[in-house]
Design a protein around this ligand. Structure first.
Ligand code: TMP
Length: 216
């Protein structure tokens, strides 16, 4: 991928956080906020978002961990991302849409890097290989504790390979996200997920207004 696509990232927004912090509800809020301001929005998710990448998602999330070691998991996340970028994200950005993505490369740093302990430098190499200079303009990090996550997930019956992980893993992932936010304060905006939904969405609206003053 040519590396001159940096400018396309201006309309690229990602939402991150551990499971159960309210990503889906707040993705819908962000999408509606943009649409109310006359913007076309392509809403998508990772791993997945296109038929090819969704096939990789099923493979990685539904296969036993001992059959897909950590390094394979990382490579599959980027394999899915490469397909998603070429087939959906880049064409949508080139057409002038906003792209709103439920998780992206920060999740690889947080889960495979900080969570599994794989090399952050290796992840950076894959990031550059697959994305060139493209990065999201804005990342909303919904930050909440593992206890909140467990409480919100209590009514789900089926669990995937990540949902079966234990407290220590999610604490590393959460700390990883906070480290990423500290490293990229201009791009990554932390929103406290433990507030009421009304307050979470007030904070998100403020972040959107600050990041896109031309839309406010
Ligand atoms: P989801 O449940 O939010 O759809 O995400 C599926 C799981 O995939 C979630 O537990 C986080 C994990 N994941 C990674 O480990 N690395 C990645 O790069 C991405 C995008 C997701």
């Amino acid at each position: 991928m040519p590396s001159d696509r940096r400018h396309l990232g201006q309309r690229f927004i990602t939402v991150e956080g551990i499971e159960g912090v309210g990503k889906s509800t707040n993705m819908a809020f962000i999408s509606a906020w943009l649409e109310e301001r006359g913007q076309r929005v392509t809403v998508t998710r990772e791993p997945g978002g296109t038929p090819g990448a969704e096939a990789i998602r099923r493979l990685v999330l539904e296969t036993d961990r001992d059959q897909i070691p950590d390094q394979s998991e990382l490579l599959l996340m980027f394999a899915a991302r490469a397909a998603h970028l070429q087939t959906l994200i880049l064409p949508a950005l080139e057409a002038g849409d906003f792209v709103l993505c439920d998780r992206f490369t920060d999740a690889s740093y947080a889960y495979q890097g900080y969570g599994r302990g794989l090399s952050l430098e290796a992840i950076e190499v894959l990031e550059t290989l697959v994305q060139g200079a493209l990065r999201p303009q804005l990342t909303v990090l919904l930050d909440g504790s593992f206890e909140l996550s467990v409480a919100r997930r209590a009514d789900r019956t089926e669990t995937d390979r990540f949902e079966q992980e234990q407290l220590a893993f999610f604490e590393r992932v959460r700390a990883g996200y906070l480290a990423i936010a500290a490293e990229h304060p201009g791009r990554v905006k932390r929103v406290a997920a433990e507030q009421s939904l009304v307050d979470v969405q007030k904070d998100i609206a403020l972040v959107l207004t600050t990041s896109y003053p031309e839309l406010s």
